[in-house]
Design a protein around this ligand. Structure first.
Ligand code: PMT
Length: 222
């Protein structure tokens, strides 16, 4: 029997990539599979929480799980769905790899091939975690992720501050077996008070358990 140490807590988990449409048949996206988010959603649910997942397009079967799932495509839709849930949540975990930019215009018809190169105009997407971070109420916890390829610790700590996270989970795109698509991950977890926790390379299910254990060390929890 698992310990139900998150019972009574309401959790939002964003996961997967977003897809930003170019035309009816094409989009801009990234390699996120949703595996890290799913591992977290399952860990919270198994430990007694009420879990709400907002997921970009992923190939995972979420139908047998004990949580609500809202499926979205674009960053804008993910923002809307997350914003609607946010006020009721105790903990929000932002694992989604949200596209930072979207095509300025979505062509109504398939864009025709030209003889020469074409240029795409991109506009900045909403930063979901940052926007929700502005309305974080006392007692509410926000956990961010950072996927970095350089200046990893510095960039992660900057995001922790800028997006008003309580802790941030850094995974490296350069580390073997970590980050996108793998069933394993290796993380460094930075707390707002400067504390750091490092994991080994472990299945994402075990990384999720470690993240929950770290959340429980945040003073507001006690
Ligand atoms: O899905 P998997 O294949 O299992 O891979 C897991 C993962 C690598 C996607 C995951 O572990 C991870 O690192 N997710 C965050 C990746 C990312 O896009 O990080 P970022 O540094 O761009 O964003 C920082 C934080 O802000 C993240 O919590 C992100 O969800 C959030 N964000 C970013 C941009 C944006 N427009 N809105 C956001 O909410």
């Amino acid at each position: 029997q698992r310990k139900k140490d998150f019972s009574g807590k309401k959790i939002l988990v964003t996961m997967g990539p977003t897809q930003e449409a170019l035309d009816p048949v094409r989009f801009i996206s990234n390699h996120s599979s949703g595996k890290m988010g799913l591992a977290l959603a399952r860990a919270f649910a198994e430990r007694g929480a009420e879990v709400h997942v907002v997921s970009g397009p992923v190939a995972l079967d979420l139908s047998q799980d004990q949580f609500s799932v809202t499926r979205v495509h674009s960053a804008r839709d993910m923002h809307e769905a997350s914003q609607a849930l946010h006020p009721q949540m105790d903990i929000c975990v932002f694992t989604a790899a949200v596209a930072d930019y979207a095509p300025a215009q979505v062509a109504e018809e398939k864009i025709k091939k030209k003889d020469l190169a074409i240029t795409l105009d991109l506009v900045k997407n909403v930063d979901i975690a940052k926007e929700l971070g502005k309305t974080k109420r006392s007692g509410q916890l926000h956990v961010g992720f950072a996927l970095e390829t350089e200046n990893e610790e510095e960039n992660a700590r900057a995001k922790l501050d800028k997006k008003n996270f309580d802790l941030i989970v850094l995974n490296s795109a350069r580390e073997e077996g970590a980050g996108f698509r793998h069933d394993t991950n290796k993380v460094r977890i930075f707390h707002k008070d400067g504390k750091e926790f490092k994991s080994g390379l472990l299945p994402k299910s075990q990384i999720a358990e470690l993240i929950l254990d770290q959340i429980k060390t945040i003073p507001v929890w006690v």
